[in-house]
Design a protein around this ligand. Sequence first.
Ligand code: SAH
Length: 244
Amino acid sequence: MPRTALIAAMNEELAALLPAIEGARVEPRGGREFWLGRLAGHEVVAVRSGIGKVAAAVTATLLLDHFRADRVLFLGVAGGIGTAVQVGDVVVADALLQHDMDASPLFPRHEVPLTGLSRFPVDAGFSDAVARGAAAALAEHGETAALLGHGCRVHRGLIVSGDRFVATVGESRALRALLPDALAVEMEGAAVAQVCHAFGTPLAVVRSISDRADDTAHVDFGEFLHRVAAPLGLAIVQHALAAA
Ligand code: SAH
């Protein structure tokens, strides 16, 4: 049975998921707590990475090299950047890019030096299962999300990551101008994608949209995180694992 790694950056994003793990055994390593057990009939190892690209990369490396995960699912909240992406929607990545990587003029902007890549891939089949899971989860929890926003659609496309909470209209507009196909912005996904690419391990990234990365992002973010992120996160993972 393949072992699926489940990663989220913050406690709130895992609050419903960790107690749902059957036969959970907690193993500390590298300043993190890795929860091993079973969920929706699958062997899982779940962990809170902490916020930002370095925290996420360390965590992903431990999951792959020490805990021998066979595939990785990153879940959490993100800011909506795409014009059609609303609070309450879900974005499943079809590629991930580090928007704050810039070694130009030595390398093209956004390219991770010496990898030849700016857009890191995800596993198409696993991401399909996660998107189906997200649609099923929204059908159950859309009402809660709709209380806070308007959306409950599932989008597929580019997710961009950087070590910045994007919380002004100016900054999200600048990101959109530079990367017109970006749907969502967050702080971990592309780092995990780089690690998974190095190990050749399948990855999917799913983000529920907590804010529009604009001047009210900090308010929307907090409310969504506390009211919606936990139940929606668990439902997405349960449906995704059942479909995978
Ligand atoms: N002080 C805040 C820090 C949150 S950082 C707190 O803990 O309350 C934002 C987290 O949510 C990151 O893990 C990131 O991946 C995601 N995120 C949500 N909206 C975002 C946005 N607009 N810009 C960047 N990251 C965002």
